[in-house]
Design a protein around this ligand. Structure first.
Ligand code: SF4
Length: 551
C-alpha cells in the first residue's frame, strides 16, 4: 500500500501482504483498512478521513469483465463508509505502479495534482486548475505529463465545492459515482492523481477459465452489448419499476423515447473498459445538436429522464455529459433536480434541469441548497425525503420489487441497487416480487456475492460469465470461502457505521412495505447481528490492525 499524505506531502509504503491474504483485494481490503485507519468519529470533510483506491488480483490479468477499480472512504452523503466501483482503463495503469492500494490522507492547503509512478511520488501545486472541469483537468495532465485520461482520476468543480454527491472521474466518462467521494478529494484539495509505471503483474491467472470467459464475452449476443444497461428500460417500465416525476408514478409514458433503442440510434462506435471483449459502453452523438457523451446508462435515463418527466434522449445525453464534466453522480444529481422540479411544478423542463445541474456543481443560488442532497434539503423544498441513509434512490422501485425494497432498507450504502441486486432475481421471476418475508437469506447471499465481486474485482455485468464455479478456479478457493470474505466486508462496514451511531432506526424505506419491520429482523438474524441492527465488537476478527507493518 502506498500512503500519500497530501498535507505533509509524504509518501510511505506499508507491507499489507497479510491483509491481502485475508481480504483478497478491492472492496474487502479497502474496507478493512478504512475500518482500522479512519477514526470512527471522523468528519467526512476532515483531514482525518482517508480515501482508498484498490485493485484485486484479477486486475493483473487481461480477462474480460475486470477493467474495474474500487474506491472506499467515509461518505459525506450517507455519513457512513461507502465503496464505489468504476470501469475504464485505470486499473492496468494502477497495477503498473506496483501497488495494490493507494491511501490518500491529510489535507493540502494548495490545490494539488499527485503523480504516482513506480519510481516515486510527486506533488504538484495546480492553482490554475481551480474550478476546472474534468476534461480541462485531463487536458492539463496530457500537456504537462503526457498521460491520457486512462492514467488519471480527477474531480470537477462539484468535488472542489464539496457537493455531497460529487464523483471521482477516470477516463473523463467513468465515475466512482455513489456516495460523494469526489467531495472527499475536494476537501483534501486533491484535483487529480495520475498513475504510470512499468511493473509487470506478479500474478498469473488460471487459464482456463480466463480465455473461455474472454471468448464468450466476445461472441455473446446479449442486448447489453448494443444498448448497454438502457436495453432494459421498457421492460422495467412495463414492470412498474421506473419511478417517474419524483416517485409520483411508477411508469413513464415517454420510456420508449429515452430507452435502449433511442440510445442505440445515437451510438456511433463501440465502447469498452480495459481488456473487456463484452464492450457494453455507449459512446453517443447527436448530429443535429452536436451533443456528444458516453452513455447515458439506464440509471441516468431514469434520474434525468422519467424522474424529471423529460422524454427527449438528447436532453438526457446532455445532462449525462454535464454530470461527467462537472464530476457528479448522475443518480443523486438527477433525483435531487427532480425533487426541485416537483417543488416548483416544472416537470419536463429539461432546460431548467440542466441549468440547475450547473448551479449545483458551482453551488450557485438554489444550487447551493441542492448540492446538499435530498435528505438535507427536502424540508426547504417541501417535498418527501426519498432517500435511505441520505442516499437518493436508484430506479428499480422497491414499492413494486419488495425484495429490492428490503435491500434498500438495510444496505450499509443506502438506496443503491448494486449492493445486493435483488432486482435481478425479482425481474427474472426467480423470486416473487411480492412480500418481504422469507427473503433475508437470499439477500444475505446476494450482498456477500456482490461484496466479493467488488473485491476480486469482477464487473457487475459479468455474472453470467464469471460464474461461481469459475471464481473458485480463478481464486483457488471454495465459493463459500469467497462469500465469507464478502460477508466479513459487509459486517465491517456495518460495525464502522454503528460506531458512528447507525442502528435499527437507520434501516428502513420512506414508504410502506408489507411486513418490513419483521423482514428487517429476519435479516439481522440471518446475519447474526443484534436486534438493534448492530454488530458486537466480539464478532469482528482482527484483520488489518494485527497485520500492518511499516516497510
Ligand atoms: S461489461 Fe461493460 S462495464 Fe463491465 S468491464 Fe466490460 S465494458 Fe466495462
Amino acid at each position: 500500500m502506498l500512503t500519500v499524505d497530501v498535507g505533509e506531502r509524504t509518501a510511505d509504503e506499508t507491507v499489507i501482504d497479510e491483509v491481502l491474504e485475508a481480504t483478497v483485494g478491492g472492496r474487502a481490503t479497502a474496507t478493512a483498512l478504512a475500518h482500522e485507519r479512519i477514526p470512527f468519529d471522523a468528519d467526512p470533510f476532515g483531514a482525518e478521513n482517508r480515501a482508498y483506491l484498490s485493485t484485486g488480483p484479477l486486475q493483473q490479468s487481461q480477462m474480460s469483465f475486470t477493467g474495474r477499480m474500487n474506491m472506499t472512504g467515509l461518505s459525506p452523503l450517507t455519513d457512513g463508509l461507502v465503496s464505489t466501483n468504476a470501469g475504464g482503463y485505470l486499473s492496468r495503469n494502477f497495477v503498473a505502479t506496483g501497488y495494490s492500494v493507494l491511501e490518500i490522507a491529510g489535507e493540502s492547503e494548495e490545490l494539488l495534482a499527485v503523480h504516482v509512478t513506480d519510481d516515486g511520488v510527486e506533488f504538484e501545486e495546480v492553482p490554475e486548475l481551480e474550478g476546472a472541469t474534468v476534461p480541462e483537468t485531463s487536458d492539463y495532465v496530457e500537456n504537462q505529463q503526457g498521460l491520457g485520461p486512462e492514467h488519471c482520476i480527477a474531480i470537477g468543480p462539484a468535488g472542489e465545492n464539496r457537493v455531497r454527491f460529487a464523483s471521482v472521474m477516470t477516463f473523463d466518462s467513468r465515475a466512482f459515482g455513489r456516495g460523494g467521494l469526489g467531495a472527499v478529494l475536494g476537501s483534501k484539495n486533491v484535483k487529480c492523481v495520475t498513475f504510470d509505471g512499468n511493473v509487470e503483474p506478479p500474478l498469473e491467472i488460471p487459464n482456463p477459465p480466463e480465455s473461455e470467459i474472454h471468448r464468450e464475452a466476445a461472441t455473446s449476443d446479449d442486448r447489453m452489448r448494443t444498448q448497454g444497461t438502457t436495453g432494459g428500460t421498457e421492460f422495467i417500465n412495463d414492470n412498474f419499476s421506473l419511478p417517474t416525476r419524483y416517485f409520483r408514478e411508477y411508469e413513464f409514458e415517454g420510456a420508449a423515447d429515452i430507452g435502449g433503442n433511442a440510445v442505440e440510434e445515437k451510438k456511433y462506435k463501440k465502447g469498452a473498459c480495459s481488456a473487456c471483449a463484452y464492450a457494453c459502453k455507449l459512446p453517443t452523438r447527436d448530429e443535429e445538436t452536436g451533443v456528444e457523451t458516453e452513455g447515458p446508462e439506464f440509471e441516468t435515463v431514469y434520474a434525468f429522464g422519467s424522474q424529471q418527466g423529460v422524454d427527449d434522449i438528447v436532453d438526457v445525453m446532455q445532462a449525462n455529459e454535464l454530470c461527467d464534466t462537472l464530476g457528479m453522480d448522475t443518480i443523486s444529481a438527477g433525483v435531487t433536480v427532480a425533487a426541485y422540479l416537483d417543488s416548483v411544478d416544472e416537470f419536463g423542463n429539461a432546460e431548467l434541469a440542466q441549468e440547475l445541474t450547473e448551479k449545483i456543481a458551482r453551488r450557485e443560488g438554489i444550487g447551493d441548497t441542492l448540492a446538499e442532497g435530498v435528505a438535507r434539503c427536502h424540508e426547504e423544498l417541501g417535498v418527501e425525503n426519498y432517500t435511505v441513509k441520505g442516499m437518493e434512490f436508484a430506479a428499480h422501485d422497491g414499492r413494486v420489487l419488495h425484495g429490492q425494497g428490503l435491500s434498500y432498507a438495510v444496505a450499509n450504502r443506502g438506496a443503491d441497487h448494486m449492493y445486493a441486486s435483488m432486482l435481478s432475481l425479482e425481474y427474472a421471476g426467480q423470486l416473487d416480487p411480492d412480500g418481504t418475508l422469507g427473503k433475508a437469506e437470499t439477500l444475505v447471499d446476494r450482498e456477500n456475492h456482490n461484496a466479493f465481486r467488488d473485491t476480486g474485482i469482477v464487473c457487475a455485468f459479468g455474472d453470467d460469465y464469471v460464474t461461481e464455479e469459475r471464481l473458485e478456479t480463478l481464486f483457488d478457493a471454495n465459493y463459500e470461502e469467497l462469500a465469507l470474505v464478502g460477508a466479513r466486508t459487509v459486517e465491517l462496514e456495518r460495525h464502522f457505521n454503528n460506531q458512528r451511531g447507525f442502528d435499527r432506526d437507520d434501516d428502513g424505506v420512506p414508504y410502506d412495505l408489507p411486513d418490513i419491520e419483521d423482514a428487517i429482523v429476519e435479516y439481522y438474524d440471518a446475519r447474526g447481528w443484534s436486534d438493534d441492527g448492530t454488530v458486537s465488537d466480539a464478532r469482528l476478527e482482527p484483520v488489518a490492525g494485527a497485520a500492518l507493518s511499516d516497510d
